[in-house]
Design a protein around this ligand. Sequence first.
Ligand SMILES: [Zn+2]
Length: 679
Amino acid sequence: MENPLDNPLLDFSGLPRFADIKPDHVAPAVDRLLSDARAAMRLAEEAPATWQAFVQPLENATERLSRAWGQVEHLHGVLDSPPLREAYNAALPKITQFWTELGQNQRLFEKYRALKSSPEFAQLTPARRKLVDNALRDFRLGGAELPPALKPRYAAIQDELASLSAKFSENVLDATNAYSLLVEDEKRLAGIPAGDLQAAREAAQKDGKPGWKFNLQMPYYLPVMQYADDRSLRETLYRESATRASEFGRREWDNTPLIGRILKLRKEDATLLGYPNFAEVSLVPKMAQAPRQVLEFLRDLARRARPFAERDLEELRAFSAGELKIGKLESWDIAYASEKLRAQRYAFSDQEVKQYFPETQVLPGMFDLVQKLYQIRISEQQAATWHDDVRFFDIRNAGDELIGRFYVDLYARDTKRGGAWMDGAISRRRLEAGIQVPVAYLNCNFSGPVGGKPALFTHDDVITLFHEFGHGLHHLLTRIEDLGVAGINGVEWDAVELPSQFMENFCWEWEVLQKMTRHVDSGAPLPRALFDKMLAAKNFQSGLATLRQIEFSLFDMRLHSEFDPDSGRAVLDLLDEVRREVAVLVPPAWNRFPNSFSHIFAGGYAAGYYSYKWAEVLSADAYSLFEEKGVLNPDAGRRFRDEILAVGGSRPAAESFRAFRGREPSVDALLRHSGMIPA
Ligand SMILES: [Zn+2]
């Protein structure tokens, strides 16, 4: 048999060996690590219920699997190729299967229960106790405590829910893709930017047709809604988009019956687990305590945002009637009129702003900020990476001790998936040989350098970079020594965006931007007047945007807590009720928004959509301490590092927040940052 170390995915001695990993390594590594992990699982089943005898070996085996698979997933995300995709897809079901097996292992559940009730439990560190509690919680939510007679039904519900979710998003996708509109009369396209028209032209040409082809995908749909002067063109596309996957379209793509079935199954799932409704189940592993608390939070925010949303709408109506001669503002006019108002009020372009944000200024500026805040030092190092554009950095603390390392992969390329994200490559933990230093990947999709100049970032790009770096610091600056709750691991889902959104605030700080900007040609810092315009545009229509998010969140939370799917009441009735309560803009009666609300019917956001606003409140309120004490105040920085970043998932997020801020979270800072200050 070959030496396992010939397979770089089986080498855990240091950083991932990106220069050596080949698609052929995936299957043998995964097979071997799975068989090791299963062996560890069987040994753990027989072992005494102590940390050393059963949790530790299980953690070791599953960590190796996660680390190796993490490298494969990472490469699949940033350097995809047909052979790698094939290897990835072949291994994925085996990996999923293993985690399911582990999560449903009754004997391990009993073992964790025994450890929890043994005298040893009280002797464990708080982090380890949290790990054991998390494991027990996840077993319970997976149905481990159900009487044997009910288990098959519980499993059948999970299976059916998984396939209904998949079908829901397929229906949205199919209904989205089935529609297209060919426009041959160029006059109808007045107002749409040339670049977007070019894309529509090419889409028509691809079909061998004259004219311009539009569909319901965002890159085609949005430019029409925002810029097309032809009102009926906007109305046509809006109607098609707003009725996707509903009874108005092809019957086999109608999501209405699926919504009903999903809600019934979720109710049954909750009943089996002993909860009054599905929202209660969803909140168990989250920071929010109960549906009532979330509802109160949303309603309070709605009440405060409402006057600003009404003002936004009034302004938009007056502008539309006066400048655009639109009498009654319809749903398909909103984006169009808003875009015109925005352009009139804040005349500056992304192109203009970009010249002040070269990579050579932004990256060192961001590092300089966190070095001051957290008393660390970041320096560039050599390491084997997956692409020549990737850079690698070390983080050292004040005592020059290496505490974290990270890769930065900033530019878009064909082989990289879209968006921006942070992933942990290695988590911090204590090993016999010492501390295992955490490692992270930061991935973005920015434009690379052109014409011998450094890459230029839009202000949105800079915000994205700060956001992902915030996640990265959460992973890297942890002091926890057990990987299941180190850094970002084990942090509640509705609190995990705190450190990332927190970092975004610095991108709106004159003190920070002055040092972080330099015109790529003239070398001048960002002009104050341009910054003021950016700041003013930031909160354009923030009242309307806030109420819209609250409408979705309230609908989601009430649907999963108060609404009874067996009552015969229509989901749309509830949506109407929610809109009457909080919305200032009410869409047409034929709008079928729930039928494409994939977040809650096909994604992981069921009774969780509120998390967006929830985490925003936390991050804004955390940042307000820096506004009080000074943006670069090292004292506030040390506290944020100690109480939020360092503790990771080792204690409840609510406790960490209180420890940092000295009080409960308040929505005031978010309202202030959004320009919604009560008169
Ligand atoms: Zn994030």
